[in-house]
Design a protein around this ligand. Structure first.
Ligand SMILES: [Zn+2]
Length: 70
């Protein structure tokens, strides 16, 4: 029999007992993994601190989401 793959992706590390919260976590972590665009020059932004983002291209610093930019 083939090994069953967990559907829950990155949240698989939490095992049983976390229920719904896992789905929320998956949504957040998926966004974290995609490229974060600078709203000024569309370059790549990097998180400097919590909710503070820095663009590598235009070197602007701006506030954004804590874990990802929209
Ligand atoms: Zn920029």
């Amino acid at each position: 029999m083939a090994v069953k793959k967990k559907k829950i992706g990155a949240a698989g590390r939490f095992g049983a007992g976390y229920g719904k919260i896992k789905n929320k976590l998956i949504a957040v972590e998926k966004k974290q993994r995609v490229k974060q665009d600078c709203p000024f020059c569309k370059g790549r932004a990097k998180r400097a601190q919590k909710a503070i983002w820095e663009c590598k291209k235009c070197e602007k610093r701006f506030a954004g989401g804590v874990f990802h930019l929209e």
